[in-house]
Design a protein around this ligand. Structure first.
Ligand code: ATP
Ligand code: MG
Length: 393
């Protein structure tokens, strides 16, 4: 039996004249998400996007799993498609739902009749389909108020479609419609969640990661890339940028006041990230900071970090508790990876008593060390790029 996905776009339905552009981006993202599963046809009509596999052995379960993570989709249905006459619709309904309906107790039928020339009106379609279902599945009763399953018959321009309850989409906006930003990504719990949250608003991501070998290992870098490969299920392919940070960190540890080292390190990360962002046409930075989580994230510390750059810095987790962040990281499949024990450059060089109320004048004075400008330039020149795609781990 031929199946298709009927995709309803979410908020993008509201975008007036831009709507066509938004839909085109969404279609591109849908095609990207389904890459490797086989050939599909995608077309749009009447605020629905139709995804039709061209072969019978297409893995629809995997397609559904992936489509659930594409932003810009409010809801979608996995439907059987058939010819537009009532006899075929009834036959298709029984055949298509034969593995589901025997396990339900109550149902109702809904009809959507987009083709106003179809000979039967919606109530008649419902009545005939309901009768056919009752005739074939003796376990079922009709319950129009609180049915266990709703069978929907849609009569559209070229075909009829039969499906049961809609599947919730990921919501948000299609990635690519919200501009570009650079996320500072560590191997922790927070930054992958922050990346996910901006991707949800349609933002295309470049991910900047600072590593300090030999203090940090290749395993730690792989961990970050694995994290991004999970975020990529939602965000699409991510532009990963690796920055060698050892020399700067050693100089900070050696030459700067100990109680300001984390903050100073963070300011260097921000300054370098801003250059990387601009080189990649990004208009903002993103971090996983949350007020009060650690000493470097008190309001005064964040203010010191913020003024290291002159582009907007988005901190989507700013008002969230760790528990709330963990909940999202579990949902998006990054939690287990994030809690692997590999070292991050921040954890290698942590001061015992960091200042929680730093003064920006002191910090600006304290952060100057020998050859600091050259080292920043060198780190940027040695940036290494890689494209990270979604992969199942
Ligand atoms: P995470 O926020 O990654 O879960 P964390 O809470 O321990 O871990 P902090 O060390 O407090 O993070 O860092 C705060 C933010 O600074 C991170 O959310 C991230 O955006 C950025 N950051 C930290 N370490 C790195 C790194 N090695 N490379 C790039 N960005 C980093
Ligand atoms: Mg954090």
């Amino acid at each position: 039996m031929k199946e298709v996905l009927l995709i309803k776009n979410g908020e993008i339905a509201l975008k007036g004249l831009n709507r066509a552009t938004f839909e085109d981006v969404l279609i591109k993202n849908i095609k990207n998400a389904l890459r490797g599963l086989g050939i599909i046809e995608v077309k749009k009509a009447q605020s629905t996007i139709y995804v039709s596999p061209t072969s019978d052995d297409y893995d629809m379960n995997e397609a559904v799993k992936r489509i659930k993570k594409v932003f810009g989709i409010a809801a979608f249905s996995r439907a059987a498609v058939c010819k537009k006459d009532m006899e075929t619709v009834l036959k298709t309904t029984v055949e298509y739902l034969k593995d589901i309906l025997p396990f339900k107790k109550t149902f109702k039928v809904e009809a959507k009749r987009a083709d106003k020339k179809f000979p039967l009106k919606s109530p008649e379609i419902c009545r005939e389909t309901g009768a056919k279902i009752l005739e074939n599945f003796h376990n079922l009763k009709v319950d129009v108020h609180n049915p266990e399953v709703t069978v929907t018959v849609e009569i559209r321009d070229f075909n009829a479609y039969v499906h049961i309850d809609q599947i919730n989409g990921a919501g948000g906006m299609p990635v690519g419609t919200g501009g570009k930003a650079a996320i500072l990504i560590s191997g922790g719990i927070d930054s992958p969640v922050a990346a996910y949250m901006l991707a949800k608003r349609g933002v295309n991501l470049t991910a900047v990661h600072f590593a300090s070998p030999p203090y940090t290992s290749e395993r730690a870098e792989k961990k970050v890339k694995d994290l991004l490969s999970q975020v990529a299920a939602y965000a699409g392919p991510i532009n990963f940028c690796y920055i060698p940070f050892t020399k700067i960190q050693e100089s900070i540890a050696r030459e700067c006041p100990e109680d300001l080292t984390t903050l100073i390190m963070r300011r260097y990360m921000m300054k370098i990230s801003q250059v990387i962002a601009k080189n990649n046409n990004c208009d903002a930075l993103i971090t996983g900071e949350s007020i009060g989580q650690v000493a470097s994230q008190t309001m005064k510390a964040i203010a010191c970090t913020d003024c290291a750059v002159d582009m907007p810095v988005f901190r989507p987790l700013i008002g969230m508790d760790k528990e709330e962040i963990v909940k999202i990281s579990r949902k998006i499949g990054t939690f287990e990876l994030s809690t692997l024990p590999y070292e991050d450059c921040c954890t290698v060089f942590t001061p015992k008593h960091p200042k929680t109320k730093p003064n920006i004048k002191d910090v600006e004075k304290a952060e100057v060390f020998e050859n600091c400008d050259e080292m920043v330039k060198e780190a940027i020149e040695n940036a290494r790029y890689e494209k990270i795609f979604y992969k199942e781990l």
